[in-house]
Design a protein around this ligand. Structure first.
Ligand code: URA
Length: 449
């Protein structure tokens, strides 16, 4: 291990065998954490080549147990988002794609930093179990076509160790390490195809558009080299997606769309979900183009078949579907406050990362790993970017765990939403589609490759 650290420290490329040694040693505990931390810093500072990134991804994928979708008899396709505020597309794309004939084995995560977590949101449904064994996961997939679960303790153990060390050593923000961490978990689910939703804008983890493009290209090239058909969409996170950001309120908003309703205020969520599902269906081999996939998904939204699958999956995972009969009646926040517009004008911009922190401070997110979250907390944003507002009109409704937790989110929100006379420049919902060909072009032009 000392030789491998020295080699990376001095900027040399490591062989697949050397990288495999690091990943296997991280998973088994054979390599001490101080050596792993030194190696991570050397990798962070000197970068990993495309070949090294690929080798690390595969070695991490193979560091523990894996899921095989072979017995499902369908192509297995998933979607992964780089994380955002109000990003609830998983609740739509999983049943939409399943309704159109592909299997969706979705292994999701919890709230991280300013972004929400799919598992925390699902656990606001009484009884819903996210911790299934791989054989229970398979059973739900066979019955419903989709299943949304948490990572099992033995799936990709190398990432468990390396991610915790990265968190403690300032080595999270490196495209190769992020790529290997995300893809090792996705590829361990045995996917045939993968759609990546890489967020850009004020609410994204990576702040510059070029960094987002590079990460998207790196992940597409790496997943493709591992035999998984992959495309990445660069999508807008310059404002929350849809209106609700929190736990239960995000599920309620998603089910409203699955019921076939079409509130104009959440048309961005509907559109992005259909585009992502369209790509999943297309890459899953069900249609000749993503547009035809979109049309199939739209039919499954309108005819209620996706809703039926979503409810069937919740029931199969122990959740009480009856809470969706009247979502507003089930919603019982500890305290509520409406924040009115403080002046007339247009919503010129939103600092979406700060808005994510405001949501976290309502009680909807957690400060430390393992802490519980409040299922009923969150914020509903009534006005979109570019909308005209009149002073005194409701801008947002804050739902907090208790009265004492209303002031901080309100203060953050007042600073993060900018009202002015000027119309903001329009932002595209999907700004770029990174196919394997586009990924090759981006990587060829990138200085770090
Ligand atoms: N999510 C992950 O799973 N890993 C990373 O490195 C970053 C985000």
């Amino acid at each position: 291990m000392i030789d491998i650290i020295r080699k990376k420290r001095d900027g040399a490329a490591l062989s697949a065998r050397e990288i495999g040694f690091v990943a296997a040693g991280a998973a088994s505990g054979a390599i001490p954490h101080d050596q792993l931390a030194a190696w991570l810093m050397a990798a962070w500072l000197n970068g990993l080549s495309l070949g090294e990134t690929r080798a690390l991804t595969l070695a991490m994928r193979d560091s523990g147990e894996k899921f095989s979708p072979a017995r499902l008899g369908k192509t297995a396709v998933d979607k992964h988002s780089s994380g955002g505020v109000g990003d609830k597309t998983s609740f739509l794309v999983a049943p939409l794609a399943a309704a159109c004939g592909v299997a969706v084995p979705m292994i999701s995560g919890r709230a991280l930093g300013h972004t929400g977590g799919t598992l925390d949101k699902l656990e606001s449904i009484p009884g819903y179990r996210t911790a299934l064994s791989l054989s229970q996961f398979e059973t739900v997939l066979m019955r419903c076509g989709c299943s949304i679960v948490s990572q099992t303790p033995s799936l990709v153990p190398a990432d468990r160790v390396l991610y915790a060390l990265r968190d403690h050593t300032g080595t999270v923000e490196n495209p190769s390490l992020i790529c290997a961490s995300i893809l090792s978990k996705k590829l361990a689910a045995g996917l045939d195809a993968l759609v990546l939703d890489v967020k850009t804008g004020s609410g994204a983890f990576l702040k510059s558009y070029e960094e987002c493009e590079y990460l998207a290209a790196l992940m597409v090239a790496t997943a493709e080299a591992a035999g998984t058909r992959t495309v990445a969409l660069l999508t807008d996170m310059d404002q929350p997606l849809g209106q609700a950001a929190g736990n239960w309120i995000e599920l309620a908003e998603s089910v409203d769309l699955l019921r076939g309703n079409r509130p104009p205020a959440i048309d961005d969520l509907r559109e992005l979900s259909l585009i992502l599902a369209g790509w999943m269906i297309h890459l899953g081999g069900k249609t000749g183009s993503p547009l035809e996939g979109y049309q199939l998904a739209e039919a499954a939204l309108t005819d209620g078949s996706a809703l039926a699958i979503f409810f069937k999956m919740i029931d199969a995972q122990g959740g009480d579907v009856s809470v969706f009969e009247d979502p507003a009646a089930f919603h019982k926040p500890g305290a509520t406050r409406v924040v009115d517009a403080w002046m007339s004008g247009v919503i010129a911009s939103m600092d979406t990362t700060s808005l994510g922190w405001a949501v976290q401070r309502t009680g909807a997110g957690r400060e430390n790993a393992g802490e519980p979250v409040d299922p009923h907390a969150g914020i509903v944003f009534h006005a979109r970017r570019g909308a005209s507002v009149v002073a005194g009109e409701p801008l947002a409704t804050i739902y907090a765990t208790n009265e004492g937790m209303l002031d901080e989110p309100e203060a953050i929100l007042r600073k993060a939403i900018h009202i002015s006379e000027e119309q903001p420049r329009p932002v595209k919902l999907v700004s770029r589609i990174v196919t394997p060909e586009v990924a090759a072009e981006i990587l060829a032009e990138a200085p770090s490759c």
